[in-house]
Design a protein. Structure first.
Length: 66
């Protein structure tokens, strides 16, 4: 099942309205930075490997708390 940008907008709204803490990890793409621009965002470099194939990637760690 594909997870469209409109669902991420819903997650952003929920993050602002819930009383608890929320943290998610998403791919670092401009659309994600824009969608979650009012939350705390950290960028992490990750390495994924499957057998001898190793790929580097950046992820956004997004949270609604400091």
């Amino acid at each position: 099942m594909a997870f469209g940008l409109e669902q991420y907008s819903i997650i952003d709204s929920l993050a602002h309205s819930i009383s608890g803490k929320m943290i998610i990890s998403v791919n670092e793409i401009p659309e994600m930075r824009h969608t979650f621009k009012n939350l705390h965002i950290d960028v992490v470099d990750l390495k994924y490997s499957l057998g001898s194939n190793c790929h580097s990637k950046r992820e956004l760690i997004i949270r609604n708390f400091v």
